[in-house]
Design a protein around this ligand. Sequence first.
Ligand SMILES: [Zn+2]
Length: 186
Amino acid sequence: MGIFETIKQNTDVPSVAGRYGVSVKRNGFTNCIFHNDKHPSMKLYKDHYHCFACGAHGDAVSFTAQLFGLSPYEAAKKIAVDFGIAYDVEDGVSKAHPRRNKTDEAVTLLSEYITILEEQKTKYTPEIPGEEYHPLYEESLQQLPLYKYYHEILTTGNKDERNEILNERRFFNELRAKIRHIGMAG
Ligand SMILES: [Zn+2]
């Protein structure tokens, strides 16, 4: 049995959340960790979680991955260590280079979002001079430079510069949630 299945059978989402300092209300709700949640929208069930605001959905492993900015495999290993769960070591998977993967994931996220913003910008470009800007056009204008800047550093910067960007965990967590949200809406 692989690590993911082992974790699934030996833990549940509320215990993992509780162990990692996420406060859960009596009714099982907590502030969503995938979007900027003002009041608890995420319900923790034994075998999964679901956010009624942004639609985030998953299990104890993806919850932990999001919470600590880890890959699913790293998150599963963390749970195994923290909960003292023994698992079979599978060949191949454990040789990954977490930092490299993180950069790749961040670059992918940024590229996806830049594409979304570019499309939005084109779609909502004012047709008549002097016309009031569409909010999405304005948003694209404001946000594109930052995302392009981050993208450029991650693809051309040195190690220190890249790490500086990668340490913006909250930024990337929110970006991931945003893209997921757009993906579901469209
Ligand atoms: Zn949410």
